[in-house]
Write a protein that binds this ligand. Structure first.
Ligand code: KG4
Ligand code: ZN
Length: 341
């Protein structure tokens, strides 16, 4: 362990998908700057992220985004303790921009490089505002590419209790939103439109799988919505978009909450961390909060801006790796299929 006698200043860089982001974090909680350059507008016309365009956009933005983060934090490369960067999972071209950039900067500055698992980053976003978090805890990670229930015993020591067998929760929301003509990214649009809808209008299935399973399956639930829309259109009817959005959002939240409670009952954890883009969903946050409080379990979730992809979550994860002396070699490479093991 490195003792935190002097300020530990970490530059965190994220470029795994469609956001180029950099943040400067001091001693794990003092976020001095946080810059996010989103490509959503660029990809919107295609209905989803186009990998080749994403990498080109990262190339254009990485240097100015990093410079802005340093300027806003009023630090230079020589002040940094280390540079942390996402090396997977994600789009290979996008990851490579961040990894190559971070390697070059860290090498030139003569400071350590810390490769960060993006999934771990999402969960550690919770430590930005809660340095007091005590182990063990359960984490529900719900993003566009992943849905995981993970039991954490200590920093870097965890067990995956369940994961999705097909679509991730965010992926299913995005696909249903696209079919409803709501655009990309779908999750926030479903949430917005659902406000005017009736969540009980349609009884979409809730895939709970085997009695004891902590795995998820959202593909069949998504198909049930698409089938309902197709059948209605064959009958010459149109279904209310807000009602479909509200009913599907409710179905996804019901499954996530029921599985989370199952995992709480199984592990006896007294703290649950919510993480990932879908963690920004108000219905999910509120329902989970209500159910967990009945069991005297504390729910911790990041403010919405730290739920979706961002550099601050990479910086804070980097901080804990720094304390553990866990640095990466200069041969660090992008690992698009990186998992949690
Ligand atoms: O974590 P994230 O930014 O990227 C990945 O690592 O995948 O998650 C993106 C996902 C998308 O599927 C998006 O639709 C979903 O998070 N999302 C939401 C909300 N905000 C983002 N889903 C539901 N409600 C939201 N408010
Ligand atoms: Zn993410």
């Amino acid at each position: 362990m490195v003792s935190p006698k002097r300020e530990i200043i970490i530059l965190g860089i994220e470029s795994s998908c469609d956001e180029t982001s950099a943040a400067v974090l001091v001693n794990g909680t003092d976020l001095r700057s946080h810059v996010i350059s989103s490509q959503i507008a660029t990809h919107q016309r295609y209905g989803g992220v186009v990998p080749e365009i994403a990498s080109r956009e990262h190339i254009l933005h990485i240097q100015p985004v990093v410079q802005q983060a340093l300027d806003e934090a009023k630090v230079g490369f020589s002040d940094l303790s280390a540079i942390a960067v996402t090396y997977g999972p994600g789009l290979v071209g996008s990851l490579l921009v961040g990894v190559s950039g971070a390697k070059a900067m860290a090498y030139a500055a003569g400071i350590p490089l810390i490769g960060i698992n993006h999934l771990e980053g999402h969960i550690y976003a919770n430590f930005l505002h809660h340095q007091d978090l005590e182990f063990p805890f359960l984490a529900l990670l719900v993003s566009g590419g992943h849905t995981h229930l993970i039991f954490f015993e200590a920093h870097g020591k965890y067990e995956v209790l369940g994961h999705t067998r097909d679509d991730a929760a965010g992926e299913a929301l995005d696909k249903v939103a696209r079919t409803l003509g709501l655009g990309y990214p779908g999750g926030p649009m479903i949430q917005k439109v659902a406000k005017d809808g009736d969540a009980q209008a349609f009884k979409f299935p809730r895939a709970m799988l085997e009695k004891d399973s902590l795995d998820f399956s959202f593909s069949g639930m998504k198909s049930a919505v698409l089938n309902a829309l197709n059948s209605a259109s064959m009958r010459g009817e149109t279904l209310s978009v807000p009602d479909v959005a509200a009913s599907f959002q409710q179905a996804v939240v019901d499954v996530l909450v029921r599985k989370a409670l199952r995992a709480i009952d199984r592990t006896g954890a007294k703290t649950m961390l919510l993480a990932g883009g879908v963690a920004a969903n108000t219905l999910l946050r509120e329902t989970l909060e209500k159910e967990l409080s009945k069991r005297s379990v504390r729910l911790v979730c990041p403010p919405p801006i730290f739920c979706t992809d961002n550099g601050a979550m990479i910086a804070v994860t980097g901080y804990y790796h720094y304390l553990a002396g866990d640095f990466s070699p200069w041969t660090l490479n992008a690992v698009p299929g990186l998992g949690l093991t």
